[in-house]
Design a protein around this ligand. Sequence first.
Ligand code: DLL
Length: 449
Amino acid sequence: MIWQEEIETMNRTGLEKLQLERLQATVARVYQRVPFYRQKLDAAGLRPTEIRNLEDIHRLPFTRKSDLRENYPFGLFAVDKKEVVRIHGSSGTRGKPTVVGYTRNDLARWSEIVARAITIAGGRPGDVFHNAYGYGLFTGGLGLHYGAERLGMSVVPISGGNTPRQIMILEDFQPRGIAGTPSYILNIAETMEQMGRDPRQTSLEYGIFGAEPWSEEMRRTLEDKFHLRALDIYGLSEVMGPGVGMECFERQEGMHVAEDHFYVEVIHPLTGENMPPGELGELVFTSLTKEAFPVLRYRTGDIAFLYPGKCGCGRTHLRMSRIKGRIDDMVIVRGVNVFPSEIESVVMNHPILSPYYQVEVTRQGTLDEITVLAEVSDAVAKDQGGFNPEADLFRRARNELKAALRNTLLISTEVTLLAPNTLPRSTGKATRLVDHRHLYEDSGEGLPV
Ligand code: DLL
């Protein structure tokens, strides 16, 4: 079976040999079957037979999200539609989704990759597994589902939402493992607390959390609230779905990339040059085994770095860092780059705030401004006889948060404190960034048009 030790602890020479064979087959395949890739390779003056070693991957052109949009919906498929047995799409809220397809072999491989990921996270055959990722076009629900089944778990396909019912099922079915977006799992904990239940009393031992950026502080909060080990899982539909990277239970320090199936690079987002291990840049993936929807050097827009050196767990597959954020979500305030996840860390460290926040960005003339919206905790508000932003305690908290944000981000931000339970709660990917900058475009005056 594919998640056995031999693959995960394979020596680098053997692994790279395997990657090269698979890369050569993938390039030949897309050249032959996908007009888009054939044109791109021809334009670059590159024949598939010229890929002779792994370094040659750097000669391949990049693929971008816009290429998927321009070939919407099925233009980049490398197989006849008859062979496509599943279609998924990005969970993007703007416009049309990016569409991807899977053959039967692709689904079998994806299940194995996810089964391996769940094992890396501490899951075992026979565990009850509460899968709170959304089922649908989004790859989270079905991706985790089939992986868990493949491993031999008892999967509870609860999906996201209907939180009180989730809680009843959690308490009654006694799962060892849970999966969902960190923001939704936090929402479950909060709802339990409001119902007078203690999340620490659940049977949960590990959580597989991802699909949105989250911070070490969020990890600590989730681990503390549920008394479990919280592990990061990465993936994107364009490359496959969840399971591209998975953090190990033993070390919790970076996500092991399933390198036998995906070739990972980190590049400078502006120059396209490869960054050395340890340095932040944009993640780029090349699929090595996919049939229906192979991708060459897909630019993810996600910012991370690759860890130098081996993991203490003994696995040899490279580790990628936690995602700092998406390039699209980066805000530039007076020349300083800010990601919402950095703000999360600061908000979560404040003792009287709840872990809910949003970052509003506006534009004054040519300058971006940030306002952090943060909720005060329910308990503190109750203790104070309600939330009054002018009360001493809350004014002080607001100033403390402003100062902490300035210390960490090196820019000044506005802060608005809100009453408990005012910000929207997510059942899937949370909306952290509320970007009003487009309202100011073209007006020339820094005022909404
Ligand atoms: O979010 C796949 C997935 C499902 C991953 C369940 C993990 C768990 P998409 O909807 O295509 O696929 O969105 C992909 O989500 O490019 C990242 O920006 C973000 N993302 C995914 N995992 C993480 C993570 C799924 N662990 C986009 N940390 C990616 C931060 C993540 N961001």
